[in-house]
Write a protein that binds this ligand. Structure first.
Ligand SMILES: C[S@@+](CC[C@H](N)C(=O)[O-])C[C@H]1O[C@@H](n2cnc3c(N)ncnc32)[C@H](O)[C@@H]1O
Length: 347
């Protein structure tokens, strides 16, 4: 049974119509409803309920305490992206790709990350202020009890799970390495992946209280609290408490200024054993400022959410050299297009 006034095929026809509009109009009109429908379907439980099995839309709306017309319209927009489909009997279900990313039982579930992007909606509402006046959002200044941290760090964890094994394999820890420092390590997934690979390795994560609290729970759920410990505090101030056979600095330097990056690398250098690698995973600009598609979108996002910028591999390699490390080597990953892992050894 169909509800409301949306005729069959209307969403597809809207897509076609928008496709015929001059490109900027089509893109502006399509991107907003698609993004918002996905966020709302996740946050209201629509996608979670569909993960349990096919549902008739009126019954689904009633079950979740939602409005039937709004529910079906959102479902139709998501169907146009092929994450859900309507069956001949009128019920909606997750498609194969929908089940892969949106079924909580899937190892590649990204539902918490999708829900977290609802915060981005408000931030992008401030884009004009960024461009006109340089006003940016400060991601990491919320109090530790703010529910934002759970949403943010669970989302980042789900994303990290997709690549952590491949990244861990590329990190050149010496045979018998027994300690690694993970600066701004948050959920701990990259540390846990290294520990899974290297018997006898223990990881120390440094992060702010809000993030560390969520990370400690994630590590405990994974049964790895005996291998991964947290030092809670600001990475520029806290004592790193020991000496290490390697260090990770993942997805953090795009939040920092060049001066802060050099200061951070030098602080890490002070606790690394000679020859131990510092590994910096991030999105890098291409020389000459050229950006690929994904990099241009992420570059804008990072600037909006920190006021800082992305840097070239050459710049970051030079800052490593100036902070007590040897020549840097860059590695790329199949699962992380546009990101690079820069590795340089403490001298
Ligand atoms: C984008 S997440 C990256 C998490 C993880 N390294 C990864 O690659 O998935 C950035 C992390 O940096 C942490 N962070 C930001 N500023 C920090 C600071 N001054 N001291 C310690 N951690 C900080 C945040 O709390 C957050 O957990």
């Amino acid at each position: 049974m169909r509800i409301g006034a949306i005729p069959d095929g209307a969403v597809e026809r809207l897509g076609l119509m928008l496709g015929q509009l001059p490109t900027p109009i089509g893109e502006a009109m399509y991107a907003m409803p698609v993004a918002r429908s996905l966020q709302v379907a996740q946050r209201t439980g629509i996608l979670g309920a569909l993960a349990e099995g096919p549902r008739e839309p009126a019954e689904l709306a009633e079950h979740l305490g939602l409005q039937p017309v709004g529910t079906i319209r959102v479902l139709d927009v998501i169907a146009s992206m092929k994450h859900v489909a309507q069956r001949p009997d009128g019920r909606y279900e997750l498609t194969r790709s929908g089940r892969k990313w949106l079924d909580p039982r899937s190892d590649t579930y990204l539902g918490d990350f999708l829900a977290d992007t609802a915060y981005y909606w408000d931030w992008y509402a401030g884009l004009e202020d960024l461009v006109r006046e340089g006003k940016h959002v400060e991601l990491h200044e919320k109090g530790p009890e703010d529910p934002y941290w759970r949403s943010y760090i669970r989302g980042q964890y789900q994303l990290a799970r997709l690549s952590s094994a491949e990244v861990a394999k590329a990190i050149p820890l010496a045979k018998g390495a027994h300690s690694v420092l993970d600066v701004a390590g948050a959920h701990g997934e990259f540390s846990m992946a290294l520990c899974r690979r290297h018997e006898g390795l223990r990881a120390t994560i440094v992060d702010l209280p809000g993030s560390a609290g969520v990370g400690e729970q994630i590590v405990a759920e994974a049964g790895m609290s005996d291998r991964v410990r947290y030092l809670v505090g600001d990475m520029f101030e806290i004592d790193y408490d020991g000496h290490y056979d390697g260090a990770l600095c993942f997805n953090i330097i795009h939040h920092l200024s060049p001066e802060q990056i050099r200061a951070l690398f030098a602080r890490i250098r002070a606790v690394l054993r000679p020859g131990a690698p510092l590994c910096v995973l991030d999105l890098y600009d291409r020389p000459g400022g050229q950006r690929a598609n994904l990099a241009s979108v992420l570059g804008l996002f990072f600037h909006l959410t920190s006021g800082a910028d992305t840097y070239t591999v050459e710049d970051v390699s030079r800052w490593m050299g100036e902070s007590g490390y040897g020549k840097a080597e860059a590695k790329s990953f199949r699962r992380l297009p546009d990101l690079r892992l820069l590795i340089a050894k403490a001298v």
